[in-house]
Design a binder for this molecule. Structure first.
Ligand code: 9Z3
Length: 309
C-alpha cells in the first residue's frame, strides 16, 4: 500500500484531471439520486510508459480495446450505466462499428451538396447511431480517456473513490492492458534521449499492484472483475487463482493472447467456468463479450442477493 501511495505522490495527474473528475462526479450523482441501476466502470485499451519527461518515446502494448468497447455495449444493452475509461484513440462503444480506415469511401456528396452515407452501409450505421443516441439521451454512458500508465491509475483511483458510496451498485470491469513496468519520474531524463550518446539501456521498475489498494481501500463493497492475460496456457488458471486469493475480489477472467476472441475462463473462489464460441457462432460474427457480460450479470445478481441476506 505504501508503494501505491508513493507512486501517486511521484506521478503527476493527467491533463484536464479535475474536469474529468467533475464529469464523473456529476454522472454518478445523477445515478445515485435518480436511478437504481448498477454503474459499471469499464477500463479499456493499453497504457503508455513514457521514457522521457518531455515525452517523445514511450513503450506501448498490443491492446486496441476490442474487449472493453464491446463489453461496454453489452452492459448498456443490459440497462446498466457505463463509465468507459479508455485509451485515447482506441476503440469506443458504437463508434467501433464505423469503418475506421475507409470512412471517406462510404460518404457521397448529393447534387444539392448534402452528405449521404452509401446505401449499402447506411442501414447498419443508422442502427449504431440510433443505439448510441438512445444511451446518450438516457445519460447512461460517460467516455473518459487516458494515455499513460500514470494517467490511467490516477483516473482509476479517482473514479473508484467516487463510485464507493454506491456500494454494491458499482461494478468494476478491468479489461485495460496495464503495464507492469515503468520508469519513475525521478529516474527519467527530462529531455529527449540523444542517440549520439550511443545504445540505450533501460531499467524499468515494477508498478505497485493497485488491485490491493482498490479492493481494500478505494471500493470496498463493489463487484470487481479483473482480467489475467497470459501467452502460456499452462500458467493461466494458476495465475488467475493467485490474483483472486491475493486480492480477495469476486472474479478473474483468464484469457490467452491468441485465443482471447473465442475462449475465456471465469475463475472464482467456487471454481472455474469456461466460456467459448463454437465455429457456427464465430462464422455468424457473435462476439464472446456478449456471453461474458451475460455470465457476469447472473453472477452479479446472485452476489447482490447474498449480500442482502
Ligand atoms: C485483458 O486480458 C483483455 O482481455 C485484453 C483484451 C487486453 C487481452 P483487446 O484490447 O485485448 O480486446 O485486444 N486485460 C487485462 C490484461 C492485464 O493487464 N492484466 C494484468 C495481468 O494479466 C492484471 S490486471 O497481470
Amino acid at each position: 500500500m505504501a508503494e501505491a501511495v508513493d507512486f501517486f505522490n511521484k506521478t503527476s495527474e493527467p491533463p484536464g484531471f479535475q474536469v474529468k473528475c467533475d464529469k464523473i462526479n456529476e454522472f454518478c450523482r445523477d445515478h445515485r439520486t435518480c436511478r437504481d441501476i448498477p454503474i459499471v466502470l469499464v477500463t479499456s485499451g493499453g497504457t503508455t510508459v513514457p521514457l522521457e519527461g518531455n515525452t517523445v518515446r514511450f513503450i506501448d502494448n498490443f491492446s486496441i480495446g476490442t474487449r472493453g468497447s464491446a463489453s461496454a455495449e453489452y452492459f448498456l444493452d443490459q440497462g446498466y450505466a457505463v463509465i468507459f475509461l479508455h485509451r485515447a484513440r482506441s476503440l469506443q462503444p458504437f463508434a467501433r462499428h464505423l469503418p475506421q480506415t475507409h470512412l471517406l469511401d462510404i460518404l457521397q456528396i448529393q447534387p444539392d451538396g448534402c452528405l449521404q452515407v452509401r446505401e449499402e452501409e447506411s442501414q447498419k450505421i443508422a442502427k449504431v447511431v440510433e443505439r448510441y443516441h438512445s444511451v446518450m439521451r438516457e445519460g447512461r454512458l460517460l467516455l473518459v480517456d487516458f494515455t499513460s500508465l500514470g494517467d490511467y491509475l490516477h483516473l482509476l483511483r479517482a473514479t473508484s473513490r467516487i463510485l464507493n458510496p454506491l456500494g454494491k451498485r458499482a461494478i468494476l470491469y478491468l479489461a485495460a492492458a496495464v503495464s507492469d513496468f515503468y520508469i519513475p519520474v525521478d529516474k527519467m531524463p527530462e529531455h529527449k534521449i540523444q542517440s549520439s550518446n550511443g545504445p540505450l539501456q533501460l531499467s524499468l521498475e515494477l508498478v505497485p499492484k493497485m488491485l490491493e489498494a482498490l479492493v481494500k481501500h478505494w471500493l470496498q463493497e463493489a463487484y470487481i472483475v479483473s482480467f489475467k492475460l497470459e501467452t502460456n496456457p499452462d500458467l493461466l488458471i494458476g495465475k488467475a487463482r493467485q490474483a483472486l486469493n491475493k486480492y480477495g475480489h469476486q472474479l478473474v477472467i483468464g484469457n490467452i493472447l491468441t485465443t482471447r476472441k473465442h475462449s475465456v475462463v471465469m475463475v472464482t473462489q467456487n471454481g472455474e467456468e469456461s466460456i467459448q464460441l463454437n465455429s457456427g457462432e464465430i462464422t455468424a460474427g457473435v462476439e464472446i463479450e456478449t456471453k461474458i457480460v451475460e455470465n457476469i450479470v447472473t453472477r452479479y445478481n446472485k452476489f447482490c442477493e447474498e449480500q442482502s441476506h
